[in-house]
Design a protein around this ligand. Structure first.
Ligand code: HEM
Length: 279
């Protein structure tokens, strides 16, 4: 497997490729910051934390907080544990790790092995190609089969809404990148220029469209997952009522509990009674 950027350096200077990557990084940072300011999400987040602090039943010490952060990273972030549907989870793991491999290998190849004179260790070109392929497998599976509007709402797969900007530009970037590399390596110069142009356009939409797409969820979701676990541990419970305890007479005799008077004490979670198959 070849480093497609070193072959390209014959026609496009390496400095141009490096500036392009830096420009994409700047676009992602700008898009995320403007998103935070525009949606006032930081303001909401801190306001919410303040309320949670007031509502908490106990204060967590720093080792408990560290353990919650470690658990969130090991579970919600690294293994996409928030997904109950196993197909969605596997598809998300494929797109997430595929995209990380693809980005990491692009940066290493463009900054450290940009010319054909610099022999690229096989690992980087392998990671770039396998990463793009993983995004395509997970992403197309998600797009055609798993997506809620397709699987649960019976919308046709070609029904587009603005929220699809992220998944579609992610898929296009990885697919066109892969096709560009293959056609370039096979000497099909006309086709490879065509796919290179599509690769550049789709990556511009992906990294430049952060403000309008779900791109930034990869930064926000981990923070939300940590906050959710902390709310459970310190008893603030996101402003929700405590789970009712029917062994406690005061709870048992509440008017709303009348219907449950003869029901078994532990009925399990209602939400788990049907196998998760929608979300
Ligand atoms: C390289 C990083 C990542 C990529 C490429 C990625 C990709 C995706 C894609 C394609 C979707 C479906 C979006 C759609 O509905 O159009 C998605 C949804 C989701 N992702 Fe990620 N993701 C990444 C990181 C993360 C991380 C770090 C977390 C959590 C800690 C996360 C949690 C979620 C959740 C909970 C959803 C479903 C909820 C929703 O649709 O908003 N993702 N992700």
């Amino acid at each position: 497997m070849m480093n497609p950027f070193s072959t390209l350096s014959g026609s496009i200077p390496e400095s141009v490729m490096q500036i392009y990557i830096i420009a994409m990084l700047v676009l992602v940072v700008l898009g995320t910051v403007i998103d935070i300011v525009h949606k006032k999400s930081a303001e909401y987040f801190f306001e919410n934390s303040r309320k949670a602090k007031e509502a908490r039943v106990r204060t967590l010490d720093s080792s408990e907080v560290r353990s919650i952060v470690a658990k969130t990273i090991a579970s919600d972030v690294l293994t996409s544990a928030e997904f109950c549907n196993p197909h969605r989870r596997v598809a998300h793991l494929l797109t997430m790790y595929g995209f990380i491999f693809f980005i990491l290998a692009s940066v290493v190849m463009v900054f450290f092995y940009p010319t054909s004179g610099s022999a690229t260790p096989w690992l980087w070109s392998f990671l770039w190609h396998i990463g793009a392929l993983m995004v395509c497998v997970g992403g197309f599976w998600f797009w055609f089969v798993i997506r809620v509007d397709v699987s649960a709402e019976a919308n046709p797969w070609y029904h587009l809404v603005r929220a699809d900007l992220f998944i579609l530009s992610l898929l296009a970037t990885n697919l066109f990148g892969l096709l560009w590399s293959i056609t370039q390596a096979s000497g099909m110069s006309g086709l490879s220029v065509f796919f290179l142009v599509l690769f550049i356009i789709s990556s511009l939409v992906l990294f430049g469209g952060v403000l309008w797409s779900k791109f930034a969820h990869m930064f926000f979701k981990p923070a939300a997952a940590i906050q959710k676990r902390i709310a459970e541990a310190d008893g603030s419970l996101d402003n929700l009522p405590e789970p009712a305890d029917r062994t406690d007479p005061a709870s048992r005799d509440r008017h709303s509990m009348e219907l449950l008077r003869d029901a078994p004490l532990n009925m399990g979670l209602g939400i788990k009674r049907e196998k998760p198959q929608h979300y």
